[in-house]
Write a protein that binds this ligand. Structure first.
Ligand code: CP
Length: 315
């Protein structure tokens, strides 16, 4: 396995996470650079995506790399029976880095074991979504001025939502208190609660979702119910509208509270909330560009010092 692959942030140290945040800050100041001129990034998306694929591709393009890949596996030789291992080996002959989203948990790790070029996990089933977590950490830091000692409320599909699983593991360095708000069917899986216990992370669980419950939030992280992960669509129908954040539920919100959502939203946040000072999800999505510029650069051996000393800034 190439040690520059990013499969999960769980193994990253506190220092490494803060280092990547600093690098992302540099890219926010100046996104247009030629640090990766002559490199090729491949984006292999076996599942649908808007933000992750387009922000990764924008990140590579703004760094001067060229991008190849596919957004839909139906146009690939996978439809003729080619296995993932062969696809990864082939693409490794063409590109310097592979950014991959796959519907199977563990697919990114497997891919990293059959190639020498870095694999960036852009989401593997209901497992992990580390680049989303990197932009979430960046956004939390940007909006709160710290990652330390925050009350983070995770709402909705905590069973299948890979973004909340990734965030929970990455936050272990920063003494968070998590608040899990979900119906029984979508509760945080036991092994993540055990992870909290093993790592001294405080958590509370609720089924109610109202102004009182969320009044202590610094971060209110809403999630979509992941229809694509349900084997029983009747069960999806039962829980799909479980929690909708309404504007009148914000009456007791802390002044610093920010609402995040990895997007796409379906029926989790009333549109009227978009114009309140609490809404931060579009800024969060924009931060995906800077966080992913940092992840691609780091995977290809560009250091924070290289970025700070960069003379290729355009515009
Ligand atoms: N947040 C996220 O992963 O969005 P996409 O599915 O559009 O990439």
């Amino acid at each position: 396995m190439d040690n520059r692959s990013l499969i999960t942030l769980a193994e990253h140290s506190r220092e490494k996470l803060l280092y990547l945040i600093e690098m992302a800050q540099e890219f926010e100041k100046h996104p247009n650079r030629r640090l990766l001129e002559g490199r090729i990034a491949a984006t292999l998306f076996f599942e649908p995506s808007t933000r992750t694929r387009l922000s990764f591709e924008t990140a590579a393009n703004r760094l001067g790399a060229k991008v190849i890949g596919f957004a839909d596996p139906k146009v690939t030789s996978g439809t003729k029976g080619e296995i993932l291992k062969d696809t990864i080996k082939m693409v490794s002959n063409y590109a310097d880095i592979i950014i991959m989203r796959h519907y199977l948990e563990g697919a990114a790790k497997y891919a990293s074991e059959v190639t020498r070029i870095p694999i960036l996990n852009a989401g593997d089933g209901a497992n992990q979504h580390p680049s989303q977590t990197m932009l979430d950490l960046y956004t939390i830091y940007q909006s709160q001025g710290t990652l330390e000692n925050l009350n983070i409320y995770l709402v909705g599909d905590l069973k299948y939502g890979r973004t909340v699983h990734s965030l929970l593991t990455a936050m272990r360095h920063f003494n968070p208190t998590f608040h899990f708000i979900a119906p029984d069917e979508l509760a945080m899986p036991e092994h993540y609660k055990q992870y909290c216990k093993d790592n001294g992370i405080k958590y509370h669980e609720y089924k109610e979702f109202d102004a009182d419950v969320i009044s202590g939030a610094d971060i209110l992280y809403m999630t979509r119910v992941q229809k694509e992960r349900f084997s029983d669509l009747m069960e999806y129908e039962r829980v799909k509208d479980a929690y909708l954040l309404k504007k009148d539920m914000l009456v007791k919100a802390r002044p610093n509270m920010k609402i995040l959502h990895p997007l796409p939203r379906v029926n989790e946040i009333e549109y009227s909330i978009d114009d309140t000072p609490y809404a931060y999800y579009f800024q969060q999505a924009q931060n995906g560009l800077y966080a992913r510029q940092a992840l691609i650069s780091d995977a290809l051996g560009i250091t924070l010092e290289d970025v700070r000393n960069d003379k290729t800034i355009i515009g």
